[in-house]
Structure formats: structure tokens, C-alpha cells
Design a protein around this ligand. Structure first.
Ligand SMILES: [Zn+2]
Length: 324
């Protein structure tokens, strides 16, 4: 039995779903952010199912984002549970702070290179450091592998690495029931923005300025998920849903529309990614600047791959121009 525990977070996204799998071993998939309020709510939700934190035997982390892994250290300490993560994700779970520092460095370099002013980049870096406290870390005691299994007494989930939304996204599929624990790989109401993060697991950078092609990776991952015989999706935010293929098709169409719109803008004149983001969203809040930049770069990567646009550098800032 899979129970959805919607744990409140201090973030714009709202509650995060942790899943209690009532089987042997008693398992919690994702844990919520490292905050007293989230912990209290999680304890209440566990109690509704007759369980306590101390009863947990296994904690599984789906991916590297704060709202999914923050309480891992607190819960692991109190329960002594096995902490389980994909091989590529484990170093982040074990050293969240150091990893976040390196992600910030990548983000700052990318923002400057793609036209965001230095004072905005500095403000964003300070904010990112302030958010660090919602994260957490713990030693990972069991590593999972892409194509491997997460076993229970009464059921087995296949483990699939689905990078894109983050480089470490992991989904769990029970082929016997068609149930898919998808975390943020596929969300019912909002598109899972692929945020550009440093590559994991020793994957080297990509050509050009070395930025990981997050959206291209994400679309490839969605194509793989679309082919699976899924009956029910348990997402990281929002309610369970069916017909995953229709939702994935909607996402594909949405990304195509945005890429077409961005191509039109680039055809008017060469533009930096920040210029494009401003033309679409106006002067966004500082907190959203990296999100919108990641989004634009993702679509530009699609256009670059198709040979529709070319990249040129001018005084350290990259501009995209229509390919002739
Ligand atoms: Zn996430």
C-alpha cells in the first residue's frame, strides 16, 4: 500500500509528497525540507497511519532538491533507517552543502555569460546561500543502479534514472501494478522545469560552454517514461493521476511552442538568453532569474541541436542568432 503524505514546505511549490510504502521494510520515499514545521507535519501524517519516525526502516531519496531530501539526516538519526539513493545521487545526499556550492558557482558563471547583470547575480547568490539551510545530508547506506531493483517482501520496483528536471531524478516502477513513483520527473499541474545543474556521476561537460543540456536530457527521459505501461503516477507534488502518455504529449507540445516562439524572437535580431527571458516574462523577481534563464537555454539548446540558431560571443556574453 502506498500512502501519500503531503508535507508543507516554505517554498512557492507548496506541499511536497513523501510516500509511505507499508511493506517490509517500512519505507519512506522522500522526506520533506529541513524545517521544524515540515517535521511536525510529517510526524502527524505518519501517526495517521499508525507509524512513527522511529518505525522507519528505509528512506529512499528520489532526487537532489531540498524539498525532497532536507530531513534525511534528522530522520535517519532518529530511526536508524537504511538510506537509499541512486549511485549518481549518493554524493549529493552525503555532502549537500559542498554540492550546492558548486551548483551556485555554475549558476553564477552561466548567468554572467548569458547577460544577467553582476549585481543581480550577487543578490541571487546570497539568496541561494540562505536557502541552503532547508537542505540536509546523511550517509547513504545502499546504492541503487539504473535498471536495478528496489525490493520489498510483497513487491518489487524497477529503478530508472531519468535525468532532466535534475541530474539525479530517479523513478520507481512496479510492473505488477503499473504504479510509478515519479517524484518531480512528471507533475500533474505544472511542467517540471529543467534547472541547469552540474552533471553528476563523472559525466563530463557538454560541448560549447560546457553547460549541461538539461531540457534535451529531460525530453529524452520523458520519451523513455512514455513507453512504459504505467497505470498510475505518484508525483512529487499534487495528486496521483493516470494517462501519463497524454500528459507527456502535452509537455512535448508546450516545449515545441516555446521553442518556436523563441526562434521567432531570435530571427528579429540576435539576442542573449537573458534578453529573451526579459522579452517573454518582463523583469522577473531576482529569485526567478536563474529559473527563467535555464528555461530559455533549454529551448535554445533544442534550436541549436536542430541547426536553427547559432551561438556567437561578444565581450564574454553569448548571443544567439538565426542560422543562415
Ligand atoms: Zn525537484
Amino acid at each position: 500500500m502506498i500512502h501519500r503524505l503531503a508535507v508543507p514546505t516554505p517554498f512557492r511549490i507548496g506541499a511536497v509528497n513523501c510516500y509511505l510504502i507499508d511493506d517490509d521494510p517500512l519505507t519512506l520515499v522522500d522526506v520533506g525540507p529541513n524545517s521544524g514545521r515540515s517535521l511536525a507535519a510529517l510526524e502527524d501524517l505518519l501517526r495517521e497511519h499508525g507509524r512513527r519516525v522511529e518505525d522507519l526502516e528505509r528512506i529512499v531519496i528520489s532526487h537532489q532538491h531540498t524539498d525532497h531530501l532536507g530531513l534525511v539526516g534528522v530522520l535517519a538519526d532518529r530511526s536508524g533507517a537504511d538510506v537509499v539513493a541512486l549511485k549518481e545521487l549518493a554524493p549529493v545526499v552525503e555532502a549537500f552543502g559542498e554540492h550546492a556550492d558548486r551548483d551556485d558557482e555554475l549558476a553564477q558563471a552561466l548567468m554572467l555569460r548569458h547577460g544577467i547583470a553582476r549585481d543581480m547575480v550577487t543578490a541571487l547568490a546570497a539568496m541561494s546561500r540562505a536557502f541552503r539551510g532547508w537542505g540536509g545530508h546523511a550517509p547513504v547506506t545502499t546504492l541503487l543502479h539504473d535498471g536495478g531493483e528496489l525490493g520489498f517482501a510483497g513487491r518489487t520496483f524497477a529503478v530508472h534514472h531519468r535525468p532532466g528536471h535534475s541530474p539525479s531524478d530517479t523513478v520507481f516502477f512496479d510492473a505488477a501494478t503499473g504504479e510509478l513513483l515519479a517524484a518531480d520527473h512528471l507533475l500533474p499541474r505544472i511542467s517540471s522545469n529543467p534547472l541547469i545543474s552540474q552533471p553528476l556521476g563523472g559525466r563530463s561537460g557538454e560541448p560549447g560552454d560546457g553547460r549541461p543540456r538539461a531540457l534535451l536530457m529531460y525530453l529524452e527521459s520523458l520519451r523513455a517514461t512514455r513507453e512504459m505501461p504505467v497505470t498510475r503516477v505518484y508525483p512529487g507534488h499534487g495528486e496521483e493521476f493516470g494517462d501519463h502518455a497524454a500528459l507527456i504529449d502535452e509537455r512535448f507540445e508546450m516545449h515545441e511552442r516555446r521553442a518556436a516562439k523563441i526562434l521567432e524572437m531570435i530571427r528579429e535580431r540576435p539576442r542573449s538568453a537573458h534578453d529573451i527571458a526579459q522579452a517573454i516574462w518582463g523583469n522577473v523577481a531576482v529569485t526567478q532569474a536563474y529559473l527563467t534563464l535555464s528555461e530559455v537555454l533549454g529551448h535554445v539548446d533544442l534550436l541549436l541541436e536542430r541547426g536553427a540558431v547559432a551561438e556567437e560571443e561578444l565581450g564574454g556574453v553569448v548571443r544567439f542568432a538565426a542560422a543562415s
